[in-house]
Design a protein around this ligand. Sequence first.
Ligand code: FES
Length: 105
Amino acid sequence: PKITYIEYDGEEHVVEASEGSTVMQTAVDNGVPGIDGDCGGFCSCATCHVYVEPAWIDKVGPPNDDEAAMLDYAGNIRDNSRLGCQITITEELDGLVVRTPESQH
Ligand code: FES
């Protein structure tokens, strides 16, 4: 599945993701700036905060409980905020677009 990451300044990175990976891991594996994944995907650092493009919100779904609690620490959260390590890549998400917060750059 293809995932597009857009930096706060509009620079786009389109990468081919593996099913079963996550939005965070895919960014780290491909050197996409703005997503660090410091905790390794354990929902405890919030350095993988992304904004899901509104058109994709329904497919991606809302944050889980642990994630919502962690997002409270992230700052600059919006209605479409998710943690990239908590979004698992599936074929259904082919074409997904997420934006990275300016504070992570
Ligand atoms: Fe740490 Fe997502 S990688 S919360």
